[in-house]
Design a protein around this ligand. Structure first.
Ligand code: PLP
Length: 394
């Protein structure tokens, strides 16, 4: 006899909850565990945003209602203006922008809009796991393009080109990269765009960490490539730049033909992004003080220095690449043959430190764990004191 599970949809059974979200659930059962796991900035949502939203909650009758389905017109207008400047051409708030429930929904509706059964999607390995699940759920086939670890998890254009087949529909990647913290250079971006152009592929850029490169590392623009504007889809987030992970708001930039279709999925599944969060996003952009995201950047730059110093002191256990952007480090561990889930679970249960198993980011991530340094400096230090003590037991 068929069980209930047997009778559930194959599509949903083909995907899983990402290790990034499994680990906090496992860690919740380990009292006192310190998280270097999920990418959550430790800072409060900035005061000007909290106060702006409080005032609106009191004064406006609109904040608690559905917004227009594709988002608050004034927010879309502002986003379109900013993108137009970067693109050097007009971005239309009506035709090109949809405010979404985080970058995650932007990715999901974009992927569901362009991927048909059997379409291949090129993903970098290691890369952000949700691209895999969203591709599978849409009926597509993830095809992994290994990044080159020995040169610092950089793009190998030959491998990207070699992975293209007649079935390839899209390339999806994020810059700065999660989990490696690397930033694809202008040359890399030009090469990726050239492949998309040559083989008529959609290019989905996840720009969740676009604001966050360190020192003088430049952040290359994708939107300025007019040559692929009919196939270029960009996903943006307010989560990290404004310490707003829980507000769940981001946006999708897409060509008109794509946005028209993607809006139908947005409507059918979420109606609109949370209105209160759209107002928070509006406040975030319009009332941003001079120092705005600089404070968050400075905070994370200081944390990067601390975590790198602690990792350097643990060089018998980990090798790693110093991140150029975002706030992740993929550390390759030595000394043990444990797989990355085994290593992570031992670290959780014995050292009470939460990290994410590297295998969750692709086969090249096996033998690694991902550290997020969004935590407070105090907690980063406490976690590493604990890892140092644990290291002696290995
Ligand atoms: C690469 C990447 N894309 C998307 C997201 C999700 O962003 P949002 O909170 O805007 O849905 C995350 C969250 O950590 C991420 O790391």
């Amino acid at each position: 006899m068929q069980t209930i599970t047997d009778r559930l949809a194959k599509r949903v059974k083909s995907i899983k909850v990402s290790g990034i979200r499994q680990m906090p659930m496992l860690a919740a059962k380990v009292p006192g565990a310190i998280s270097l796991g999920q990418g959550i900035p430790d800072l409060k949502t900035p005061q000007y945003i909290r106060q702006g939203v409080s005032r609106l909650l009191e004064s406006s009758n609109e904040v608690g209602k559905y917004s227009l389905q594709p988002g608050l017109p004034e927010l879309k207008q502002l986003i379109a203006q900013r993108l137009s400047v970067e693109a050097g051409r007009a971005v239309d708030p009506e035709k090109n922008i949809c405010v979404t429930t985080g970058a995650m929904e932007a990715l999901a509706i974009a992927i569901a809009t362009i991927i048909d059964d059997g379409d291949e999607v090129l993903l970098f390995d290691p890369g952000y796991p949700s691209y895999i699940e969203q591709t599978l759920f849409a009926g597509g086939k993830p095809v992994f393009v290994p990044l080159n670890e020995s040169s610092g998890w950089v793009l190998d254009v030959k491998k990207l080109r070699a992975a293209v087949t007649k079935k390839t529909k899209a390339i999806i990647f994020c810059n700065p990269a999660n989990p490696t913290g690397m930033v694809f250079s202008q040359t890399d971006i030009a090469a990726i765009v050239a492949v998309a152009e040559e083989f008529n592929l959609f290019l989905i850029g996840d720009l969740t960490y676009e604001f966050l490169t360190y020192g003088d590392v430049p952040m290359p623009s994708l939107i300025k490539y007019a040559s692929i504007q009919d196939r270029l889809i960009l996903c943006y987030s307010f989560s990290k730049e404004f310490a707003m992970t829980g507000w769940r708001v981001g946006y999708l930039y897409a060509p008109e033909a794509v946005l028209e279709q993607a809006s139908k999925i947005h409507d059918a599944f979420v109606i609109c992004a949370p209105t209160i969060s759209q107002y928070a996003a509006l406040v975030a952009l319009t009332q941003k003080p001079e120092s705005g995201s600089e404070n968050i950047k400075a905070d994370l730059a200081a944390k990067r220095d601390v975590i790198c110093k602690r990792l350097d002191a643990l060089s018998d256990l980990f090798s790693y690449q110093k991140p150029q952007g975002a706030y992740y480090i993929l550390g390759r561990y030595k000394k043990t043959k444990l797989n990355s889930w085994e290593f992570t679970l031992r670290l959780l249960n014995e050292a009470k430190v939460v990290v994410i198993p590297g295998s969750e980011f692709g086969s090249q991530g096996e033998g690694c764990v991902r550290f997020s340094y969004g935590a407070s400096i105090e907690n980063i230090n406490k976690a590493f004191d604990s890892i140092e003590a644990w290291n002696k037991t290995l």
